[in-house]
Design a protein around this ligand. Structure first.
Ligand SMILES: CC(C)(COP(=O)(O)OP(=O)(O)OC[C@H]1O[C@@H](n2cnc3c(N)ncnc32)[C@H](O)[C@@H]1OP(=O)(O)O)[C@@H](O)C(=O)NCCC(=O)NCCS
Length: 110
């Protein structure tokens, strides 16, 4: 939406990153069967700009799982025109930690 643009008129990168973080958190929560917190974002690349009106989809895949943490590859893809192809616009490696009700790390329950 226009409210999400930067000074170039493209979609603000922080908005896109937050959508990826939200999507990854849902994926991680379902894996861990508990609350999760984002602890790190690595290797974040903005490959192509996102334009107002683009339809954004985030794809998540598990890269590795530790004792309490999960590393999740996230990519955002956009569809620019109705029925058009999807283009990959970002990628990043997000780490989530399974946390208990007090916000302390606890082992991932699988
Ligand atoms: C997430 C949090 C509870 C982890 O606490 P912590 O004291 O760092 O916990 P630990 O040192 O035991 O680390 C927990 C796991 O995270 C991993 N980790 C910690 N810091 C990391 C980093 N910078 N990068 C990658 N992994 C990291 C550890 O390797 C460990 O993984 P493992 O158990 O699978 O081996 C704490 O850092 C926190 O609350 N951070 C703020 C989270 C937040 O507000 N996020 C934004 C909104 S969701």
């Amino acid at each position: 939406m226009p409210a999400d643009t930067n000074s170039n008129g493209d979609i603000f990168g922080g908005w896109l990153l937050s959508q990826m973080d939200l999507g990854g958190a849902v994926f991680a929560r379902n894996l861990a069967h508990s609350r999760v917190a984002t602890v790190a974002i690595e290797a974040m690349s903005f490959i192509h700009p996102v334009l107002v009106g683009d339809i954004v989809t985030c794809f998540a895949s598990l890269q590795s799982i530790g004792r309490t943490s999960m590393k999740i590859d996230l990519e955002a893809w956009v569809q620019r025109h109705t029925d058009g192809p999807l283009h990959r616009v970002t990628e990043g490696l997000f780490t989530y930690v399974a946390i208990d009700e007090a916000g302390r790390p606890h082992p991932v329950r699988r």
